[in-house]
Design a binder for this molecule. Structure first.
Ligand SMILES: [Zn+2]
Ligand SMILES: [Zn+2]
Length: 112
């Protein structure tokens, strides 16, 4: 557990490009999770792999019909990627956009 240093609200963890980040739901403060916190990193890894499995299922079924857009692949630098939307957060928040590089197949997500 960690409390926001700005406003004191209990923070939650989310994954940003494979990095674990504490996020304050109240004021939006973000802080990278210290890798020394073993219990937390274990729990986050499980959540992460569950989400990745979800992506794989989606990818297999929808791969051929995914629209393409201009996006820069963080892995190979290519500028075109497939994209799709997934509701990963609360229902009243906008869905997260996922990208899959047309050239190398790398999958990443966009945060607004
Ligand atoms: Zn805060
Ligand atoms: Zn790529």
């Amino acid at each position: 557990m960690k409390f926001c240093p700005k406003c004191g609200t209990l923070m939650s963890i989310k994954n940003v490009d494979g990095k674990r980040v504490w996020v304050c739901p109240s004021c939006g403060y973000e802080e990278e999770v210290n890798s020394g916190q073993q219990g937390i990193s274990l729990r986050t890894r499980i959540q992460h792999s569950a989400k990745e499995r979800l992506i794989v299922v989606r990818k297999d079924k929808k791969m051929e019909v995914l629209p393409k857009t201009r996006a820069i692949c963080p892995k190979c630098g290519y500028t075109e990627a497939y994209y799709w939307l997934v509701q990963t957060r609360a229902a009243d928040e906008p869905p997260t956009r996922f990208f899959k590089c047309v050239r190398c197949g790398h999958v990443w997500r966009e945060y607004d």
